[in-house]
Ligand binder design. Structure first.
Ligand code: SAH
Ligand code: SF4
Ligand code: F3S
Length: 449
């Protein structure tokens, strides 16, 4: 059985695709690159913004032709999109060639459903049995137990993704995630520590802890677990490796976490701290539960504890109540904080969320604001990059450079991308790199060892 997985969305989904791969390999599958020779195609979808959704639906539409050429193919759709209200019905009606639809908390049903589809097809050849299609988007009540037993086929060496908490309880008024990923569920701390230990023993050099809000880790467990305690536990694991985590909600980032980061040489001085807006009014309307002052205070604390820290963020423009003044507050914040990088988004109304019910801002306004914001952040990124030139940094060789032959790329502890000479055999090594040039996409340097 050859399989192909098409992944959309965030790192959570990237890691979930590694679990889908694990499940398929558990039933004898091997990965293949092109859809045409695949026996099973899985679409792991995202619905955070309209364009993510449209892209996934467009590509699911394309496999219709493939199914005509290769009628034996099995097509499965899973991930966040399936969990939206009415989505499974839409797929049932409009995409009749999709065989299996699984929600975000029952992916482990995939092997069983594939077997059922195959069996039903074999039976159809003999008698006139009905075709079997699976639609299962109920949240499995024993999700955490099943998840612990789900195999993982890792595809991102030398980095290993490790989930620590699933779901989200925050209900930011623009966001669909709490509706499609369910309430927060923390994995037991021992299970996380064991997984990290196994990854490090297996040669992984960077562990990235995943959660919609890693800072709320443990509040649903009964032994006083917290993200700070988890970080300190991971720090005690032997070996040379790096730890990163995403995402941190500013309202829950504690002094303890900042201290655990600062005290550890394994936990990188790097944090992704989405601010969304620089306006107190908009933050309130978004239900973010912090103010711009609190955000400034956090970034100051982080920099006082770790002077070289790289702070990245997510910023959104065009939230329904955002006026020109509010947008000016955002650009002011971006100018003052000096993020090493910012992911910028145009607000996209999501059905079923409170903000989608409000009067919306014209697209032309949103487009102008995003253009302005991107221009501003690019200038900040460029300025900060210049500071790296002339210095030596430890870089983890993560991959061959996609653009420059004979070069490798990887990140500094602070999270900046660096490109330097080297061959693929060095991937997974920590390398000393002297930076001699800062271009917009990457720093460039030479190795010192
Ligand atoms: N849990 C993370 C964010 C996950 S979604 C956090 O709270 O920080 C990643 C980013 O997508 C968000 O930070 C936000 O900037 C953006 N986003 C979420 N919903 C959106 C929407 N409806 N329209 C545009 N961008 C959105
Ligand atoms: Fe969405 Fe807010 Fe939860 Fe992040 S914290 S996933 S933005 S609801
Ligand atoms: Fe998208 Fe789901 Fe992640 S909506 S951003 S894949 S949590």
């Amino acid at each position: 059985m050859r399989y192909k997985i098409v992944t959309y969305g965030c790192q959570m989904n990237v890691h979930e695709s590694e679990k889908i791969a694990g499940l398929l390999e558990g039933m004898g599958g091997t990965a293949c690159a092109d859809g045409e020779s695949a026996d099973v195609i899985v679409f792991n979808t995202c619905c955070i913004r309209d364009n993510a959704e449209r892209r996934a639906l467009g590509n699911i539409g394309v496999v219709k032709a493939e199914k005509k050429k290769n009628p034996g193919i099995i097509i499965a759709v899973c991930g966040c999109m399936t969990q939206q209200e009415g989505a499974a019905e839409v797929i049932r009606e409009r995409y009749p060639y999709v065989d299996i639809v699984l929600g975000t908390r029952n992916i482990f049903a995939l092997p069983g459903e594939i077997e059922k589809v195959k069996k039903a097809r074999a039976a159809m050849k003999k008698r006139s049995d009905k075709r079997y299609r699976a639609f299962d988007t109920e949240y499995a009540p024993d999700y955490l137990d099943r998840d612990e037993r789900t195999p993982v086929t890792r595809t991102s060496f030398p980095n290993a993704w490790v989930n620590i908490i699933y779901g989200c309880n925050n209900f930011c008024t623009y966001c669909i995630v709490p509706y499609v990923r369910g309430r927060e569920l923390s994995r037991p701390m021992d299970a996380v520590l064991d997984e990290v230990r196994r990854c490090v023993d297996g040669g992984y050099k960077e562990i990235t802890l995943l959660g919609q809000n890693v800072n709320s880790y443990g509040h649903d467990l009964s032994g006083g677990e917290s993200f700070e305690r988890l970080l300190r536990g991971i720090d005690r694991i032997d070996g040379k490796f790096r730890v990163r985590f995403m995402t941190s909600h500013p309202k829950d980032l504690t002094d303890g976490v900042i201290d655990a980061m600062a005290c550890s040489d394994k936990i990188c001085s790097n944090i992704h701290l989405p601010v969304q807006s620089g306006s107190d009014k908009v933050l309130k309307d978004m239900n973010r539960r912090y103010t711009r002052e609190r955000y400034f205070a956090l970034t100051e604390k982080l920099r006082a504890a770790m002077p070289d820290i790289g702070i990245t963020t997510d910023v959104m423009v065009g939230f329904p109540t955002e006026t020109e003044e509010d947008f000016a507050d955002t650009t002011d914040l971006v100018r003052s904080v000096r993020f090493s990088n910012a992911f910028t988004f145009v607000y996209s109304p999501r059905k079923g969320t409170p903000a989608a019910e409000m009067p919306q801002i014209p697209y032309a306004v949103k487009r102008r604001r995003i253009g302005e914001l991107i221009k501003l952040q690019n200038a900040v990124t460029k300025e900060l990059s210049e500071n790296y030139v002339g210095n030596v940094y430890e870089v983890l060789a993560e991959d061959v450079s996609p653009k420059h032959e004979g070069m490798l790329c990887g990140r500094t502890e602070s999270g900046r991308l660096a490109t330097f000479p080297g061959d693929a055999g060095r991937i997974g090594e920590f390398v000393k790199v002297r930076i001699n040039e800062a271009r917009s996409a990457s720093l460039f340097g030479v190795t010192e060892d």
